[in-house]
Write a new protein. Structure first.
Length: 367
């Protein structure tokens, strides 16, 4: 990742902190990096569940996207046919019937009380569909997000409030761009166009189609403006975190490197506990769960590494391999909040370890 006029690597920290800091930010770590390394210091390991085949006979070309809401767990995957498939509560995967092909992982979220799936089309535009009826597998047609950005990776979608989402894409010029989407009873509104975050640049040598950024957000306190935490794999393959004002993306907090060192050889994943569709304020019963966050990535050894925090990013446990055996994958992992825990899902590399079939959807719970 680069910031204007400066290269960020292991020898530099972020530039000056702008007035953004007065917002009383609750850091919701936005992404992870991984470790080539041997040496990341590990704090007390948290108990994890064992690995399980969560997708049955399903096979995927990318990391699964998981959503836990309303007592239901939804999982969206990119099928081997380049179509999007969705399952719920362990039932069989079913293809979203409104035809659309993609080469990238989908993203499933809840916005305005609706289940929505986003994906990057073969034309580089971002599209979404809304669930109409779960049992009948009925979905709306795919709607194109307006704007002239051509994306080369999966979209990253963060719900800021129940009906407002930030859609971030990796643009073909190597920068990041964000579009704001708001669903109201009278219809859906957007910004006039995507706004580019020119201070963030992504590497060009990650596997094609990998996402290189994840997003989480900050509490709306202090000046009552809304900020987005940004983390991306930098040009040095370390992970850097910064922030921007959602209403004014040109107002940024300069990136600094995520603690622990390491080298990321895939895209990154991040998630927090608590409600998936709103920010919990201090004193809210969900605030403690929201402070539990994790970052994950595939390291240079081809396995999944995880870095966790229980205090919203003030300190980290350090980068650790997963328990119950390493998690080999050829794609970035995914993380999803599930109340007071987090779920980790990967596309299993059966050639590296025959414990599960190649391209199976394999998952576990963290802490």
């Amino acid at each position: 990742m680069r910031y204007p006029g400066r290269r960020f690597d292991g020898n530099h920290r972020g530039g000056r902190r702008r007035a953004v800091t007065r917002a009383g930010l609750v850091t919701l770590a936005g992404t992870g990096l991984l470790v080539t390394m041997a040496a990341a210091p590990a704090a007390a390991a948290r108990p994890e569940s064992g690995w399980v085949n969560g997708g049955g006979g399903a096979r995927t070309n990318s990391a699964p996207s998981v959503l836990n809401t309303g007592g239901i767990e939804y999982t969206a995957i990119l099928g081997l046919d380049n179509r999007v498939w969705v399952a719920y509560n362990g039932n069989a995967f079913r293809q979203i019937p409104t035809g659309h092909e993609t080469r990238h992982a989908p993203a499933i979220v809840t916005i305005a009380g609706r289940i929505a799936v986003f994906h990057t089309g073969t034309d580089g535009a971002t599209y979404y569909t809304l669930l109409q009826n779960l049992e009948n597998n009925s979905w709306s047609g795919w709607t194109r997000i307006p704007g002239n950005v051509v994306s080369v990776a999966p979209p990253s979608v963060s719900v800021l409030r129940r009906n407002v989402a930030a859609i971030t894409v990796s643009a073909s010029n190597g920068t990041l761009a964000v579009q704001r989407m708001e669903i109201q009873p009278g219809g859906t509104t957007y910004r006039t166009n995507y706004q580019e975050l020119s201070g963030f640049r992504i590497p060009t040598d990650l596997p094609r189609g990998e996402a290189v950024v994840s997003w989480t957000w900050f509490n709306r306190v202090g000046n009552r403006e809304m900020y987005m935490n940004v983390a991306a794999v930098g040009m040095d393959h370390h992970v850097w975190q910064g922030a921007y004002n959602v209403d004014n993306p040109s107002e940024t907090l300069a990136p600094s490197q995520v603690p622990g060192g390491g080298v990321c050889e895939s895209g990154i994943a991040a998630a927090r506990g608590g409600p998936p569709d709103r920010v919990a304020a201090p004193g809210d019963s969900d605030y403690h769960s929201m402070s539990h966050q994790a970052l994950a990535c595939i390291g240079t050894d081809g396995n999944t590494w995880v870095n966790q925090t229980s205090n919203a990013g003030a300190t980290y446990d350090g980068w650790n391999r997963t328990t119950d055996g390493a998690g080999p994958s050829n794609s970035q992992p995914s993380l999803a909040g599930a109340g007071n825990t987090l779920n980790l899902s990967i596309r299993w590399n059966g050639n590296a370890n025959p414990r599960f079939p190649d391209n199976a959807v394999v998952e576990k719970s963290l802490f």
